[in-house]
Design a protein around this ligand. Structure first.
Ligand SMILES: NC(=O)C1=CN([C@@H]2O[C@H](COP(=O)(O)OP(=O)(O)OC[C@H]3O[C@@H](n4cnc5c(N)ncnc54)[C@H](O)[C@@H]3O)[C@@H](O)[C@H]2O)C=CC1
Ligand SMILES: CC(C)CCC[C@@H](C)[C@H]1CC[C@H]2C3=C(CC[C@]12C)[C@@]1(C)CCC(=O)C[C@@H]1CC3
Length: 380
């Protein structure tokens, strides 16, 4: 909204009183104009983070607050409290519970998902597919203008080597698990919902192997495996390159995408890989984290096909025996595939279209991660 300020005019007939009046008028106009523009900035700086209680979600919320946004968090659980954050607890599959969290919000980040390690197909389908349909409908109903989805680079991964994969790789025809299968459908739904005419813009961020402080998955699973004496072996020849992405870089990619998403930008309806841009040997990364926490690095090599075959067998056994006994093998076929193949991705498109560049190096990211887990140190 433009506020017009009349120029100060000094004419002899009105003299000093008119000058004062004009000044007062100008001050009022400035104040009023300032307030209007402040309100515009404030409303465009209100956003919602669905899944904001999670690992990535909370890091995203913290950075958004730093950047002056006020944040509405929607999550099935509340894991913290922060000034500037309003919490709404509920299941994203329920539109009526979700809608109040989107009131007065122009930008929504959707980074909620069941844990990837789960094998509950029905849950993945209801949250990632049906729930994402609900998120899109709720956004449109609430007048949200931008939706940024956290997808995953694994939507193109089928368990075989990917080297410097670009975004134009086809979606996996045989996804490695239910998690990936439903992440593919989720990404398609969000990107297809992008509609410039209706003023609803969408973009998907595809991170890979997120790590960092408070990660509930990578480091805790690794340490647990080491404590049980199972991290002695390298699967394959140990030279396979993988992307591990420090959480702050993933957050940076999300915020850049949100801020650069405009009707005239190339981002509309597109997926973007966000990585550390430093592919690393899977087993070097694992060793650095383990050694940093005081554990021994894996040393003995095992052939990939042998371990994959065994993992498949164990997984089948667990499936058959499920009605009688419940056990969860550490080395699932999915983990073995991730540990023994190349899977690293190009983030050239993000660099070009949104000026992305990692803000924290892998070395620094590992150091900060290791430091953040004193309770997982050997002997702690
Ligand atoms: N951690 C990783 O290495 C990677 C994660 N991603 C994606 O990043 C996103 C965030 O992952 P993380 O932070 O690692 O997981 P997380 O498990 O820490 O966070 C997910 C959040 O979603 C919430 N949630 C789950 N179901 C919900 C529902 N029905 N309604 C409302 N909230 C619900 C959970 O309570 C949790 O707070 C996910 O979409 C995941 O697919 C993508 C690539 C790699
Ligand atoms: C037991 C060891 C062989 C492996 C321990 C580390 C693993 C827990 C992690 C190594 C690569 C990670 C990874 C994911 C989860 C944790 C690991 C398997 C994802 C599946 C998380 C969700 C995604 O979207 C893709 C990730 C790929 C890498």
């Amino acid at each position: 909204m433009a506020t017009r300020v009349r120029p100060v005019s000094y004419d002899k007939s009105c003299g000093f009183r008119k000058l004062c009046f004009n000044h007062l008028q100008m001050l009022l106009c400035c104040w009023f104009g300032y307030n209007v523009s402040l309100r515009v900035v404030q409303s465009s700086k209100r956003c919602a983070v669905i899944g904001g209680s999670g690992f990535l979600g909370r890091h995203l919320v913290e950075k958004l607050l730093d950047r002056g946004y006020s944040v509405s968090v929607f999550d099935i659980r509340q894991s913290y409290e922060l000034p500037g954050v309003t919490f709404h607890q509920g299941d994203l599959c329920d539109k009526q519970t979700l809608l109040p969290a989107l009131g007065d919000v122009s930008l929504v980040f959707h980074c909620a998902s069941p844990a990837p390690g789960s094998d509950n197909r029905a849950l993945f389908e209801s949250v990632n597919i049906q729930g994402t349909r609900t998120v899109i409908q709720a956004c449109i109903e609430a007048g949200v203008q931008k939706l940024v989805l956290t997808s995953s680079a694994s939507v193109v991964f089928e368990g075989t080597d990917i080297k410097n994969g670009r975004e134009d790789l086809p979606y996996a025809k045989k996804p490695i698990d239910y998690y990936t299968e439903t992440k593919i459908e989720q990404e398609k739904l969000v990107l297809e919902a992008c509609d410039k005419k209706k003023g609803f813009l969408t973009v998907a961020i595809r991170p890979h192997g997120i790590f960092g402080p408070r990660d509930p998955q990578l480091v805790p699973i690794l340490v647990d495996t080491a404590r049980r004496g199972k991290m002695k072996f390298i699967i394959g020849d140990g030279t396979n390159l993988v992307d591990f992405t420090f959480v702050e870089n993933v957050v940076h990619g999300h915020i850049l995408a949100a801020e650069r998403l405009r009707p005239d930008s190339p981002l509309c309806g597109k997926p973007y890989h966000i990585t550390n841009d430093e592919p690393v040997r899977f087993w070097d990364f694992m060793s650095d984290v383990l050694v940093g926490l005081g554990y021994a690095a894996p040393r003995y090599r095992l052939p990939y096909t042998l371990v994959y075959g065994l993992a498949l067998l164990l997984w089948l056994l667990a499936l058959i025996l499920r009605p009688l006994v419940s056990f969860k093998p550490t080395f699932t076929p999915m983990r073995v595939a991730l540990a023994g193949t190349h899977h690293y991705y190009s983030c050239e498109r993000a660099k070009q279209d949104m000026g992305y560049k990692p803000v924290v190096s892998l070395k620094e990211g590992i150091a900060r991660t290791v430091e953040s887990y004193p309770h997982l140190r050997r002997g702690a």
